[in-house]
Ligand binder design. Structure first.
Ligand code: GLA
Length: 380
């Protein structure tokens, strides 16, 4: 990147930053319900090489996508032609609103996080950008604040109403371990993964077109469910606060769709808590059951499945060495995730590759990931 930066900008970069993507091991759509998520960083990340400029301009290029995007920190608009630059723009907007003085820069971005497949390529660029602005400005943000500013950029500038999961994972994820994130208190606990288990991403590579509106619908349905339950149980501010027993008393009075969404979230939230011990102990039967229940609930109750996901689930569950398999990210296609015995990863991958391709005609992407450190500066 240094060499490429010199070639493209005619100078050497002064700062390097990186931020990883993430995969969730349990807790689909629990984040905006103020619940728990078992999440981990992946060793796929976004890098930025940067050099300060004397004016208030930001000029950025990417090694992944051709073209350049430029803006002034004093007047930040969207760039429809280079939508990837909107993450860099959005971070600048929210950081300046929060009172941080930003410095203009020339920057080169490179990412190994697959785009648009549910591994948080957006959060990775947001968090890497936030690190770059800190390096250039000579100040340091608390990582939780960095994550919430990233979520704000995503919600308000990019215009996607996501929860805190992606940015928190990228900013605060831990090398070598999953974390159990508490989305209300913005804290986490380390959740080590038992020796002998590998996390394998199985990307369906299926189109995820409806994702924006479907995501917003799910969110609205969950919020409607929480409001409904709050009439009976004032302490229920979000679905995280409701027990299954409380919900069951009123399930039949709720609109059927809202009831399905609520049941999934309340059960899924409990599965996150149940997963921690099983993950650390490597309890195969519990892992298999929790992952399978999560997938079935996501498909039948939360309805974020897709034909490609069903085909992938079938391929993963029938593969040698599989311990557990489920969806990941928002659903509607994209990546899925399996826990696989580490001496069987090659056979697992080959089986999934062949089975899924012959069922769908789509060539999947299968790769082992391990948890990398959260976002930060890179020293020369
Ligand atoms: C997307 C969103 C997250 C979270 C997941 C589903 O990744 O960005 O905030 O809601 O979907 O768990």
């Amino acid at each position: 990147m240094t060499a490429e930066f010199e070639k493209q900008f005619g100078k050497t970069p002064q700062f390097w930053s990186r931020a990883p993507g993430r995969v969730d091991l349990m807790g689909s759509h629990t984040d905006y319900n103020m619940g728990f998520v078992m999440t981990m960083t992946i060793d796929r990340d976004t890098w930025i090489a940067a050099r300060p400029r004397p004016d208030k301009k930001v000029r950025i290029r990417s090694l992944n996508i051709a073209g350049e995007s430029q803006f002034s920190l004093d007047n930040i608009k969207h760039d429809q032609r280079a939508p990837w630059s909107n993450y860099v723009r959005g971070m600048a907007v929210v950081m300046q609103q929060a009172g941080y003085a930003l410095t203009g820069f020339d920057g080169l971005i490179h990412s190994t996080v697959p785009f648009g497949s549910g591994l948080s390529s957006s959060a990775a660029i947001e968090m890497a950008t936030a690190v770059t602005y800190q390096q250039l400005g000579g100040f340091a943000l608390d990582p939780v604040e960095m994550a919430t500013l990233g979520q704000q950029a995503e919600n308000e500038f990019v215009g996607v109403s996501t929860g805190i999961l992606d940015q928190y994972s990228s900013a605060l994820g831990q090398a070598g371990s999953a974390i159990q994130l508490d989305c209300r208190h913005l804290t986490h606990e380390i959740a080590p993964i038992a020796d002998g288990l590998q996390v394998v991403i199985c990307d369906t590579r299926a189109e995820r077109n409806l994702i924006g509106s479907e995501y917003d619908d799910r969110r609205a349905q969950c919020e409607a469910g929480a409001r409904f339950l709050q009439r009976h149980y004032p302490e229920v501010e979000a679905l995280r606060d409701a027990t299954l027993a409380q919900f069951a008393v009123h399930e039949a009075e709720m609109p059927a769709v809202v009831a399905k969404r609520c049941r999934f979230i309340i059960e899924e939230n409990q599965r996150v808590l149940d997963l921690a011990a099983a993950l650390t102990q490597g309890n195969a039967e519990t892992l298999r059951q929790l992952f399978a229940d999560s997938y079935i609930g996501a498909r039948d109750l939360f309805e974020i499945g897709a034909p490609a996901m069903a085909a992938m689930m079938q391929a993963m569950q029938s593969a040698p060495g599989v311990v557990a398999a489920r969806q990941a990210g928002a659903g509607f296609g994209g990546c899925m995730v399996a826990l696989v015995q580490d001496d069987c990863v090659a056979e697992f991958s080959e089986h999934v590759q062949q089975t899924y391709t012959s069922d769908t005609g789509i060539e999947p992407r299968i790769f082992v990931v391990s948890a990398a450190a959260g976002a930060g500066a890179l020293e020369e």
